[in-house]
Ligand binder design. Structure first.
Ligand SMILES: Cc1cc2nc3c(=O)[nH]c(=O)nc-3n(C[C@H](O)[C@H](O)[C@H](O)COP(=O)(O)OP(=O)(O)OC[C@H]3O[C@@H](n4cnc5c(N)ncnc54)[C@H](O)[C@@H]3O)c2cc1C
Length: 409
């Protein structure tokens, strides 16, 4: 058996590196080892943000930041107070990596190259004396109560003892990592898809792929789920940020419904449909109703489909639009009901949520409540953010808090 390590980090991703660097920098001399099962560390950082790495989000308020996590939002308020987006920005800047903010708040290295982040993290780890082994998967972990130490067994059969262990093995789809947590008594919250499009077979949106509406409000009936945002009509139904947000916030309920549910779409949120239709009847009296929508954001082809659904006849002019048809058109514009029959299986949009239950983790220190000396950080936990840099922020925050707590032990 090899010499004992003070800390073994399982998983050489964003969370694992941040924790290892923090622990080693905070307590020089601490023996820290990162074990990574693939041939390269920080593989997800490399491909993240289209190769640019969306490091974090420009949001100084921890509560506001926490609102971007469909799973974990309340639990993260405390941790984000202790290590928020501004701390992440300062940390990288102190190490010579400047970040820039895009219009939507996403932050990237000014180089637009994820390798800048990888170089920064690997250099910081090296300078702090962190040992790193790649192509080394941890197969099992046991805890020896009498010696109060952990024993890790690698794929090569090597046994490594450690006083503390941090599990930072990423999402549960890479189920081996999460199973390590389970083998040590931790409950796993089942993983379900998040961020997917809705498949809808409906004449109102058939054959209109690519047609988009810049703002909409979509509600899932019976589930208290509503999201605002742009909508995109696809070959199979609806997508776009408004739908993806809904799929993330409703991941568990939508999964439980077997992806069969009804949505209502408001194509013109914030606009008074009935009043606008009435005034258009007066101003455009002789024009054909179907020829143009009196709403800037509704493309003509979609407007014509909504007119079809409201039974507006082909040659009807505005002055002939009756009360009943006006009402039907108002309903189509603001409360049109659409049956979702399944979800998309587009791999690019396929993200899962789930992981180690937060109930068993002290989120001040990221230490297990069940087994002292065992820590968690990053995506292995039942926390997931919407896109925009929030997932890495969770990894930096968890890694930082775990690293500090381990160094202070
Ligand atoms: C294509 C893509 C793009 C993304 N872009 C962004 C973005 O721009 N911004 C953002 O905020 N988020 C982004 N994300 C999400 C982000 O990458 C993750 O949230 C983040 O990487 C989680 O960090 P982590 O350290 O918890 O896990 P990971 O980065 O997944 O690291 C876990 C590591 O553990 C290793 N491992 C697993 N099991 C074992 C084991 N048994 N033994 C040893 N090693 C093990 C894995 O090989 C892996 O290297 C993206 C995700 C994807 C898939």
């Amino acid at each position: 058996m090899s010499d004992s390590w003070d800390l073994i980090v399982v998983g050489g991703g964003a969370a694992g590196f941040f924790a290892a660097i923090t622990a080693a920098e905070s307590r020089p001399g601490l023996r820290v080892l990162i074990l990574e099962k693939t041939a390269h560390v920080l593989g997800k950082v490399k491909i993240s943000g289209g190769g640019r790495c969306n490091v974090t989000h420009d949001c100084a308020d921890p509560r506001e930041l926490a609102n971007n996590y469909p799973r974990g939002s309340k639990s993260l308020i405390g941790p984000l107070h202790r290590w928020g987006a501004a701390d992440t920005v300062a940390w990288f800047e102190q190490r010579g990596v400047n970040l820039k903010t895009e219009k939507d708040g996403r932050m990237f290295p000014v180089t637009d190259d994820s390798q800048t982040i990888i170089n920064c993290l690997t250099t910081a780890a090296e300078n702090a004396g962190v040992a790193i082994r790649t192509s080394t998967a941890v197969e099992s972990i046991t805890h020896d109560e009498t010696k109060n130490s952990f024993h890790l067994v690698t794929g090569q059969g090597e046994e490594l003892p450690a006083s503390s262990v941090l599990l930072a093995t990423g999402g549960t789809r890479l189920a081996a990592g999460a199973r390590l947590a389970q083998s040590l008594g931790h409950k796993l919250i089942a993983d379900v898809p998040s961020l997917f499009a809705f498949n809808i077979d409906d004449p109102r949106i058939d054959d209109l792929p690519g047609v988009s509406v810049p703002d909409s409000e979509v509600t899932v009936e019976g589930m208290k789920l509503t999201a605002n945002g742009p909508l995109l009509i696809t070959h199979h139904g609806l997508s776009g940020p408004g739908i993806l947000k809904l799929s993330a916030w409703g991941a568990r309920e939508l999964h439980a419904s077997n992806y069969r549910f009804t949505i209502t779409v408001n194509w013109i949120p914030g606009q008074d449909a009935a009043a606008i239709l009435t005034s258009t009847r007066q101003t455009w009296g002789k024009r054909q109703v179907r020829s143009q929508a009196p709403f800037d954001n509704i493309p003509k082809r979609l407007w014509q489909r909504l007119c079809d659904a409201a039974e507006v006849s082909a040659d009807c002019i505005w002055s002939q639009l009756g009360k009943e048809t006006t009402q039907k058109l108002t309903t189509e514009l603001t409360r049109g009901r659409y049956q979702v029959s399944s979800k998309s299986t587009n791999k690019d949009e396929f993200v899962t949520c789930g992981g180690v239950s937060l109930k068993d983790v002290n989120l001040k220190t990221m230490e297990s409540k069940l087994l002292p000396g065992l820590y968690f950080a990053g995506e292995v936990l039942d926390i997931d953010g919407i896109t925009g840099g929030f997932n890495f922020q969770n990894a930096w925050t968890g890694g930082r808090l775990a690293g500090l707590a381990i160094a202070e032990k």
